[in-house]
Ligand binder design. Structure first.
Ligand SMILES: [Zn+2]
Length: 166
């Protein structure tokens, strides 16, 4: 039996975040909107994460979000992400066809509260929430190798294991 592995980032669908601040290019206080684009910059052993905001005239402002240490100066952070995991893009639905395979979805990041049943219905082609609830109850969908409930909230590093056969 083959195991197909996916990774999933759960982001809040919300109105864009805005910040009122002075735009140096416009020379006045204006409203910057979060483009939701994130950038990582390495500086020595530290990796900085920035959110890119734009003013109405399209001038950029980088808001510093996070600083984290790289494991070593010789490790490229990109290589820390396992390549066997296919990322599921935002708004993308995956198709679970083969009955000979199991499907594993790893939660790489979460922003906010996401229910297991709703999240799977949003990302699996042709699977209604009703079908997903039945599969969770039948033990065909496991969370971290355990039986779970449809309303279970997802956390980072959670592993969802899906068996397709009826
Ligand atoms: Zn500006």
């Amino acid at each position: 039996m083959e195991n197909q592995q996916y990774s999933l980032v759960l982001r809040k669908k919300q109105e864009a975040d805005t910040v009122k601040k002075q735009c140096k290019m416009c020379g006045k206080v204006t409203t910057f909107t979060d483009t939701t684009i994130r950038r990582h910059n390495a500086n020595g052993k530290n990796i900085y994460q920035f959110a890119i905001y734009k003013c109405p005239k399209n001038h950029s402002w980088n808001k510093k979000l996070d600083i984290y240490k790289s494991f070593s100066e010789h490790v490229d952070p990109a290589t820390l992400v396992s390549t066997e995991f296919k990322p599921i893009e935002e708004g993308e639905k995956i198709t679970l066809r083969s009955e000979k395979e199991t499907f594993e979805i790893n939660i790489s990041a979460t922003e906010g509260n996401f229910r297991l049943d709703r999240t799977l219905a949003d990302h699996i082609e042709g699977w209604s929430r009703t079908k997903i609830v039945q599969k969770i109850k039948a033990g065909k969908i496991l969370l971290n190798d355990c039986l779970t409930k449809p309303s279970q909230k997802l956390s980072v590093h959670d592993k969802i294991l899906i068996t397709v056969n009826e």
